[in-house]
Write a protein that binds this ligand. Structure first.
Ligand code: HAM
Length: 421
């Protein structure tokens, strides 16, 4: 039998789980610091939830199957549609704004590379009901709080921001309607991976003419607001919003982490305004660490009334690789306080009693369960599990009503009565 897990999935051995718990602890701590509540949803959703027509990669990568009653189900590739579904369920009764976070496992049939897996955990933070970039600023501040918390600095990470309304304005000037915005964004997003010729051919197929293609690609190559403003012309082009977001970011003390970049559009169809993505700028893994944006019109695609919304998703694989590269992953001990060891089988009952007393006092106790082990073995074992003390029950001492306690860091040994442990 092949002992590997299915391709693209990960076994999580205890030492890996300690790291995961550490990482999730940081995610949850930021959620708490920013006043967000945690929620969850099923990993299996109705496949309809992900039916979208803009040609997104995420839809092609869906794990779909039929259950025994013929329902078309999918493993969720992202959390946002589930969140939208839950918000709609309680539409009208939920006090707004909603500030929720989650840590779902998501599944995508990806081409595997370093940091890209077929299942990942994705920290999501979303704000529903705030129609202002104050929400985006708060989300970006949460991201930076996380980065700082794990020891990253603005020298390691850059958060690029843009606004889909910029492309929308360029398309409008070329006479192209809003209905093409989502598929055009999905195609422009591919410029990082696919040749310009291939993207141009697909844009042309959508009905975007050559002149419009030139304008779109020209604006995408801007990296100052001034240059973008010249190309986008007057009117609502989303650049004011970026300016305001950058001002708010200064007040949060996070402006140095941000960079306007008109080529950022993101690959998901539902974004309608500000979009952002963080990347490592040191080391050799330059994949997106997280990404998000505003999606004010997602709810109506599910038949509900729209609410302003924005949020981000942040996967565990890339950040773990980056922290490993930068030597920022902590060494996490097992956290065992005491190993309790009886020298002989007749002391098993008292050893259980001693373990009980310690556990009742809240200490983590590894009680040696095998009889006939030697003292040397017990010390090696205590060392392996990273215990801070070993509590020994030996016949002579027990006859005096005491146990021997050795502090494994200092080597100091004391005799203590079980009641004083
Ligand atoms: P996304 O850009 O598709 O956005 O994914 C967000 C993040 O999830 C990525 O930046 C990456 O960290 C992680 N991720 C995605 N796929 C993989 C994979 N195959 N392996 C490892 N990590 C991965 C969304 O999913 C949006 N729903 C995020 C969002 C929430 N927007 C608003 N609210």
């Amino acid at each position: 039998m092949n002992l590997s897990p299915p391709r693209g999935t990960r076994d999580v051995f205890p030492e890996d789980l300690r790291l995961r718990a550490w990482l999730f602890g940081h995610f949850r701590q930021v959620g708490r610091l920013f006043g967000f509540e945690e929620y969850d949803a099923p990993v299996v959703e109705s496949a309809d939830l992900y039916v979208r027509k803009a040609g997104e990669e995420i839809v092609d990568q869906l794990y779909v199957f039929q259950d025994k009653s013929g329902r078309e189900l999918a493993l969720r590739p992202e959390m946002t549609p589930s969140l939208a579904r839950m918000i709609l369920q309680r539409a009208g009764s939920l006090p707004l704004p909603v500030k929720w976070f989650s840590l779902p496992q998501c599944w995508r049939y990806e081409r595997m590379t370093r940091g890209r897996t077929r299942e990942h955990y994705q920290w999501n933070m979303d704000i529903i009901g705030v129609d202002d970039v104050t929400a985006e600023a708060e989300l970006l501040a949460a991201l930076v709080t996380f980065f700082r918390g794990v020891g990253l600095t603005q020298d390691n990470i850059q958060i690029r921001i843009s606004n889909r309304r910029l492309l929308q304005a360029v398309l409008a000037a070329a006479g192209i309607g809003d209905d093409l915005l989502a598929p055009v964004c999905v195609l422009v997003d591919k410029l990082e991976k696919v040749s310009r010729d291939a993207v141009e051919a697909e844009l042309a197929e959508l009905g975007v003419d050559a002149a419009a293609i030139d304008s779109v690609l020209e604006v995408a190559s801007c990296n100052t607001l001034e240059d973008a403003a010249k190309l986008a012309g007057e009117g609502d082009n989303g650049l004011d919003e970026i300016g305001r977001l950058l001002d708010l970011a200064s007040q949060y003390g996070i402006a140095e982490w941000l960079q306007f970049d008109a080529s950022l559009v993101r690959g998901l169809a539902y974004y309608t305004g500000i979009v952002f993505e963080a990347k490592a700028i040191t080391g050799d893994l330059h994949r997106a660490i997280c990404g998000g944006g505003r999606y004010d019109r997602l709810l109506s695609t599910f038949g509900g009334k729209d609410l302003p919304a924005c949020g981000f998703g942040f996967g565990d694989p890339v950040i773990l690789e980056i922290l490993k590269d930068l030597d920022l992953l902590p060494t996490l001990p097992r956290g065992i306080d005491d190993v309790v060891f009886a020298f002989e089988a007749s002391l098993r009952g008292p050893a259980q009693d001693v373990a009980n007393r310690l556990r009742n006092a809240g200490r983590s106790v590894d009680l040696v369960l095998e009889d006939g082990k030697r003292m040397k073995w017990a010390f090696r074992h205590a060392d392996n599990v990273g215990a801070s003390r070993i509590v020994l029950l030996a016949p002579d001492e027990w006859a005096k009503g005491v146990v021997k306690v050795r502090d494994l860091a200092s080597g100091k040994e004391t005799e203590v009565s079980p009641a004083d442990l």
